[in-house]
Design a protein around this ligand. Structure first.
Ligand code: SF4
Ligand code: F3S
Ligand code: FES
Length: 234
């Protein structure tokens, strides 16, 4: 089938504003949008710029807007989006070139919530790992699945309105440690998320949950963090 791919292009060295360019590509309905972009880059315009690495939904590097929705290009099949495809960079982050955005603000928010294990308890004497029951592990299982693709944060209207909002991805990654029975920095993380740019900026829009390629229940995780703050764990 012949697919029309309309791409929002931007070269900061030449263009004052981004503008659309349209390409025609021969494709199978089982091709991924990433395959189409590779084809365009390889056969029609080598200057087309986009990020990708694993090609299998693991690295999170090829998040982009496809027909108006944030998706991973490597997980989106032509048959799911049709033969008229519009591809744009993620919203809310500075454009670098074509489909590449500057992820630094996103990762700054991520770092803010201390997304790593913290414990002030002594290392177990036998030198083995800190134990946890299956139920305790299950408590934060969903939020361990994040691949930091930014689909959620860049689809959030509260983030579009104020890019200082830490955003759903940062909260998901805080949740992963807040509800980990082995971690002892819960109060500190909740304190950070209770700040002006923390969880209260979330207006329960649900865009984040709809956009997540890992199907993480993001809005639910945010609600759990809000509840933890309200219940005085801070
Ligand atoms: Fe991507 Fe989902 Fe993680 Fe958000 S929570 S960064 S959408 S994997
Ligand atoms: Fe934004 Fe998700 Fe809340 S889209 S407003 S973080 S529910
Ligand atoms: Fe790694 Fe798509 S290329 S997630």
């Amino acid at each position: 089938m012949l697919v029309t791919v309309k791409i929002l292009r931007y070269n900061p060295e030449k263009d004052a504003q981004p503008s659309y360019q349209t390409f025609q590509v021969e494709a199978e309905e089982t091709d991924r949008v990433l395959d189409l972009l590779e084809k365009i880059k390889g056969e029609q315009d080598g200057s087309l710029s986009f990020r990708r690495s694993c090609g299998h939904g693991i690295c999170g590097s090829d998040a982009m807007r496809i027909n108006g929705m944030n998706r991973l290009a490597c997980k989106t099949l032509v048959r799911d989006v049709g033969d008229q495809i519009t591809v744009e960079p993620l919203l809310g982050l500075p454009k670098i070139k074509d489909l590449i955005v500057d992820m630094k603000p996103f990762f700054d928010h991520y770092r803010r919530v201390m997304p790593y294990f913290i414990s002030d308890l002594p290392v177990p004497e036998d030198g083995r790992e800190r134990l946890q029951s299956p139920e305790e592990r299950l408590r934060f299982d969903d939020t361990t699945k994040c691949i930091l693709c930014a689909c959620c944060t860049t689809s959030c209207p509260s983030f579009w309105a104020n890019d200082q909002y830490y955003g759903p991805a940062a909260i998901v990654n805080a949740h992963r440690f807040i509800f980990d029975s082995r971690d002892t920095a819960t109060a500190e993380r909740l304190q950070i998320l209770a700040e002006e740019m923390g969880v209260w900026r979330c207006r329960t829009a649900f865009n984040c949950t709809e956009a997540c390629p890992r199907e993480i229940q993001i809005t639910k995780a945010i609600a759990e963090v809000k509840q933890a703050i309200l219940s005085g764990k801070v």
